[in-house]
Design a binder for this molecule. Structure first.
Ligand code: ATP
Ligand code: MG
Length: 402
């Protein structure tokens, strides 16, 4: 392979004005981290481009890694030559021969950032096009819809040549936004909500409610496996596991059955909010989609959301189940989510939950009992684990680290 680098184009970052350097720096660090298996490769950032210098590492494998990184709009395997007409032509021919298959059409797209170069854009197009046509029999130009678009970019420091643009993951660099707590069930929706939030640059920590012995160890493992998938995107994933049995039992004792679901959701949200405060988060993320189930009607959301003024982000709120499932397939959480293990909310689900709960009613039902100590106890007894991708080693995080 002639390629000696990968040229990375920023997406939305390039519109970030004054904060642009922070975004670029974050992206550079994320790329560096994800290329830990390629010790010779190095990452270099400038204002409108980033380069991975391969230094002998396998460009195709490095490219595979880059496809998953948020904040990259597109990238190309590229080679740099000196700013010299003949060297440019030689390198272009070698590169072209590597991607060319018989019958392919082509065009040249030249850019001249350094106006001191002896050829202008048209001149480069002609010089390179003619050189390829002379050396590859049967080659045909197609400027409208070419199979191969050979790009030549002349800059002060040299000329970059590349032959294909690979589409990146888009979004914003992971960690460039603030931290948010993802309410992570074992279902299909919440992992997708988490993934989309990471795509927008948020740092996401999971909060899972479990109710032993009503929910099993396998249900817990399912959430850990989902977290591991999310960890593949962010490098690692912090999961808070909240013991919820006592709270749920008390709700069932104190609140009329058709309002238990509403109360359960309210208290889950309060506990999540406490964990958010403790861990320096700024928002809560859920997998809710409007109208999907009883707890997700507007009336329910209104009655549930009242317990906090923290922003509750619902990335899936207007999506259909089929659209959500499609993303779940793509991000490989779907098959884990459909494993048939019970969730704390399904175990305690009332026969006919209120689809239009009244806020005043749920407030009144909850007023006869002080849930606060139970909420605090659940927060205190929450277990926090750090999940790394690709291995099933779980470290219980020492409280002192926070
Ligand atoms: P999901 O597929 O994400 O479970 P769902 O369609 O099953 O969603 P619900 O069960 O009503 O819908 O849950 C709505 C949201 O509440 C979930 O997306 C999730 O964010 C949160 N949630 C539900 N159960 C739990 C749980 N046991 N632990 C943490 N969060 C939960
Ligand atoms: Mg669910």
């Amino acid at each position: 392979m002639i390629y000696d680098r990968i040229l990375i184009r920023y997406g939305e970052i390039s519109t970030k004005g004054k904060n642009r350097n922070k975004f670029i720096d974050r992206l550079r660090k994320n790329i560096q981290k994800s290329l830990a298996d390629f010790p010779k490769a190095s990452v270099k950032a400038d204002r409108d481009r980033m380069f991975v210098l391969l230094n002998g590492e396998d460009g195709i494998r490095v490219a595979d890694c880059l496809k998953k990184i948020f904040g990259i709009q597109s990238f190309s395997l590229a080679v740099k030559t000196e700013q010299d007409k003949e060297k440019m032509k030689d390198a272009a021919l070698v590169l072209f021969q590597q991607v060319y298959k018989e019958g392919n059409t082509f065009k040249i797209s030249a850019r001249r950032a350094d106006k001191t170069f002896e050829l202008d854009t048209n001149g480069i197009n002609h010089e390179l096009g003619g050189h390829l046509l002379r050396n590859i029999p049967g080659l045909v130009v197609d400027v409208r819809n070419p199979d191969i678009n050979l790009q030549a970019e002349v800059r002060k420091e040299g000329i970059y040549l590349s032959a294909e643009n690979i589409v990146g993951a888009g979004g914003m660099p992971a960690g460039s936004g603030g931290k948010a707590m993802l309410m992570l069930s074992g279902g299909i929706d919440s992992p997708v909500a988490g993934h989309l939030s990471m795509k927008r640059g948020l740092e996401v920590e999971g909060v899972h409610f479990f109710s032993p012995p009503f929910t099993s160890e396998r249900a817990r493992q399912k959430v850990i496996d989902l977290s591991e998938k999310l960890a593949e995107v962010s490098g690692q994933f912090v999961l808070h596991i909240v013991p919820f049995t006592e709270v749920q039992q008390m709700i069932h004792k104190q609140v009329p059955e058709n309002y238990t679901m509403t109360s359960t959701r309210r208290i889950m949200l309060q506990i999540t909010d406490e964990l958010r405060k403790k861990n320096g988060g700024l928002a809560i993320i859920t997998g809710e989609s409007v109208g999907q189930v009883a707890s997700q009607t507007l009336e329910s959301m209104y009655a549930i959301n009242e317990v906090t003024s923290t922003p509750v982000l619902r990335p899936l709120v207007m999506m259909d189940k089929s659209e959500i499932m499609e993303i779940a397939q793509q991000i490989e959480t779907h098959d884990i989510s459909i494993r048939p293990y019970e969730d704390c909310c399904t175990v305690f689900v009332p026969a006919s939950p209120k689809t239009k709960p009244k806020l005043e009613k749920v407030q009144r039902f909850e007023s006869f009992f002080d849930f606060e100590p139970l909420i605090q106890k659940a927060v205190e007894e929450t277990e926090t684990i750090l999940i790394k991708p690709g291995r099933n080693t779980l470290d219980v995080i020492d409280e002192d680290l926070f």
